[in-house]
Ligand binder design. Structure first.
Ligand code: SF4
Ligand code: ZN
Length: 718
């Protein structure tokens, strides 16, 4: 048989995808007219790829048809190399049309196609923001087709997962993983997309939405989108032999976005462009992909039993009661975790001590007492860093495969799975993990570390009393920390790897909008690396303390945004509000009728009284731009005395989801009591049980009036 050139395979493959899309359109057109709505669920970016590449919103079947014609126009076949790329992108767009057709008249077409999940929501894309900027997710990989054996599929998936690389599965490989019992889903970062190749559009959509969400690239900026994904999204494709023309065409699209394609199919792959890599040994796919895309994999060498993985991907693992060997539940038994700074002479480096019974003395399914105590010492160590390290215990312990951790302080809950126990996991391994992480992440301030694990009931009880005194002291310290009382604020520019002009200004009363960086965290980060993402802003004199204007803050944002930002106020959402990158925990926006603001957190899916969902409100800002009236922020900022302090403070809050209200309830009430002398302020704020949508604004007004909500006394915001 004559050899076929790679170019021709791309062109034939794009023809195939186009024909498929035409067929899908014909099928839905037989049932629906052109005005029928078209949408993927829980996104403000319409059909992500088409929106990104053309700026068109595609909200009806009629518009979808026009967009397919546009996709066809991109499948040019003349100038060769360039045509390969535009045809590839045209193919991705046609694939998105096919997927969109599945969602017409059916909001959950994948619900009956287990294990496949289809569309990735905006909230999920945003959730990836912080782990991507910290490097906790070094990148993405898409596996397409069937691995040579089920075992090899698992080996490759696990290998990516152990490196915390996010894996999308398209086609048979997901079934292979399912047969082998691999846990899948967004939280464990193994995402089975769809059985058919066009479902790969949902993966491309994640990349291009990241460009719009985090990068502030405008929809329709074709070159800008490609440049963003090329420069900033670490992704690669692994396509298993046999690779048909239609997959080759998608590969052309992947390469156009900057994602190398690795395959073990050697047939008709000539001439081989640089970003197409033939790797006959599938066992080498992982290394080849990492190298080809330059992903930086963080490896912490932790002494764990053979076969027990350690990676951020395991953070999302859930261990059910029936699979659990033992549990330490702080709500039922004495349990705690504690990090203490002690004298250098009192620490023996890497000493790990177990006091009490080890895991193998408990019956299957038993409860135990547990205290994890890390003692650290270092010449530059400060007691202010204790809670900073301690708060990380949650993530560090959770990253052990087969171990689940929730809560903090003396309200932790830890489960160890039977499987991990059977592989040899014992108490000292908690110590190994804490030791390894503290020494690798905080080596700039910690010289020595020792860990003691207690299960002895009396001893843990005693320690709990002691620990509570320490927690109380820390809380006092935190309460006394306020913006007036410190000499310095800090910048955080961690998110600049995705939002090039975004700068967070972190103060004691305003944590970073991702919720992960408090003033103490920023201070510790600065101490650890004084040329790192958190830089000191000596406060100096305020130009306007009420609105929160400081010359030094302006100078800092100017400098660290590379001139993109000139003025930022710390306490107003109307005048030069702080920018948002995209990974904010909450978004607040003005509700004009009440003169208040509505706040919604990422986890809340339904619509808000603004008539918009979280995703829709979130899309009003981001990418490092200032949008008066909308602001991304951390959950714990809500109860701060400085929340919108210039615009009336927390008294502006008229609505938030009940779960969010419950989370901030006590602190918010205390703040409102102090600021306005109001008791139980949280009760005055409406939630979804009172008002569900924009059609019920009358009800909202009624509710606020009935409760005597303080916003009614305030001047309108606009
Ligand atoms: Fe990103 Fe701001 Fe959080 Fe830093 S504090 S990680 S810049 S959101
Ligand atoms: Zn961010």
């Amino acid at each position: 048989m004559a050899m076929k050139k790679l170019f021709d395979r791309v062109f034939d493959g794009s023809d195939e995808m186009f024909a498929w899309a035409e067929k899908s359109i014909a099928e839905v057109s037989a049932k629906y007219d052109d005005s029928t709505p078209v949408a993927f669920p829980n996104t403000a970016y319409f059909l992500g790829i088409l929106y990104a590449m053309t700026g068109k919103k595609n909200q009806t079947l009629g518009e979808l048809k026009e967009s397919l014609a546009w996709a066809r126009s991109q499948m040019t076949k003349e100038e060769r190399l360039d045509d390969v790329f535009t045809s590839g992108i045209g193919t991705a767009c046609a694939a998105e049309v096919i997927e969109a057709c599945k969602y017409i008249g059916n909001n959950a077409p994948y619900a009956e196609d287990a294990p496949y999940l289809g569309h990735v929501t905006d909230a999920e894309v945003r959730e990836l923001g912080v782990p991507l900027v910290t490097g906790d997710i070094p990148g993405f990989v898409v596996l397409i087709g069937a691995a040579p054996t089920d075992e090899l599929a698992v080996e490759i998936i696990k290998s990516y997962q152990n490196k915390s690389i996010f894996v999308f599965l398209v086609g048979e490989c997901a079934k292979q993983a399912e047969r082998m019992g691999v846990g899948m889903g967004f939280p464990v970062r193994v995402f089975p997309v769809g059985a058919e190749l066009p479902s790969v559009a949902h993966v491309v959509s994640v990349a291009v939405r990241a460009a719009m969400i985090f990068g502030g690239v405008q929809p329709g900026d074709y070159e800008g989108i490609k440049k963003y994904t090329f420069d900033r999204i670490n992704a690669a494709v692994n396509a298993f032999d046999p690779v048909p023309d239609i997959t080759v065409a998608c590969g052309g699209g992947a390469i156009a976005y900057g994602f190398p394609v690795i395959t073990n199919d050697e047939k008709d792959m000539w001439p081989v462009p640089r970003s197409l890599i033939i790797q006959p040994d599938v066992k080498q796919f992982v290394e080849t992909a990492i190298e080809a895309r330059g992903m930086k994999v963080k490896i912490t060498n932790v002494d764990l039993p053979e076969g027990v993985g350690y990676a951020t991907a395991f953070e999302g693992e859930v261990i059910r009661r029936k699979d659990m060997q033992v549990e330490a539940d702080g709500s039922r038994h004495d349990c705690l975790e504690l990090c203490r700074a002690v004298d250098l002479n009192d620490v023996e480096d890497h000493k790990i001590t177990v006091i009490g019974n080890d895991l193998d003395t408990y019956e299957f399914g038993a409860q135990m007492n547990l205290a994890l105590v890390a003692e650290v010492a270092g010449k530059k160590m400060q007691s202010d860093f204790e809670p900073v390290f301690e708060r990380q215990f949650h993530a560090w312990v959770n990253e052990i495969e087969g171990v689940m951790h929730t809560g903090q302080r003396d309200l932790i809950r830890i489960r160890v799975s039977k499987d991990t126990f059977d592989k040899g996991f014992r108490l000292r391994h908690f110590g190994e993990v804490l030791y390894a992480k503290i020494m690798s992440e905080y080596d700039a301030v910690v010289d020595k570390c020792q860990v003691t694990i207690y299960t002895d009931a009396d001893k843990v009880h005693e320690l709990r009393v002691e620990a509570n005194a320490i927690y109380d002291k820390r809380d006092e310290r935190l309460k006394s920390l306020n913006d007036e009382g410190v000499a310095d604020f800090y910048t955080c520019i961690m998110c600049q790897s995705f939002s090039p002009s975004h700068v967070c200004v972190v103060t004691p009363e305003r944590l970073g909008l991702c919720g992960a960086v408090s003033w103490l965290d920023a201070k510790a980060t600065y101490q650890l690396d004084n040329s790192g993402p958190c830089q000191i802003i000596p406060k100096g004199d305020a130009t306007d303390e009420k609105i929160g204007i400081w010359q030094n803050v302006d100078d800092a944002v100017n400098k660290y945004s590379m001139g993109a930002l000139e003025h930022v106020t710390l306490y107003s959402i109307m005048q030069d509000p702080m920018t948002s990158c995209g990974c904010f925990e909450c978004i607040c926006g003005i509700e004009p009728m009440t003169g208040g603001v509505v706040i919604v957190n990422r986890e809340f899916v339904p619509t808000t009284p603004l008539g918009m969902t979280f995703s829709e409100m979130a899309s009003m800002t981001g990418g490092g731009v200032q949008t008066p009236g909308y602001m991304g922020h951390g959950k714990h900022y809500i109860a701060s005395k400085k929340f919108m302090a210039a615009d009336g403070g927390p008294a502006r809050i008229v609505w938030m989801p009940k779960s969010l209200k419950d989370l901030v309830h006590d602190k918010l009430n205390a703040t409102a009591k102090e600021l306005y002398g109001i008791d139980d302020y949280a009760e005055m704020i409406a939630d979804e049980t009172v008002v569900e949508s924009a059609d019920e604004l009358d009800k909202l007004m009624e509710f606020l009036t009935e409760k005597g909500h303080p916003v009614l006394e305030l001047e309108p915001l606009i």
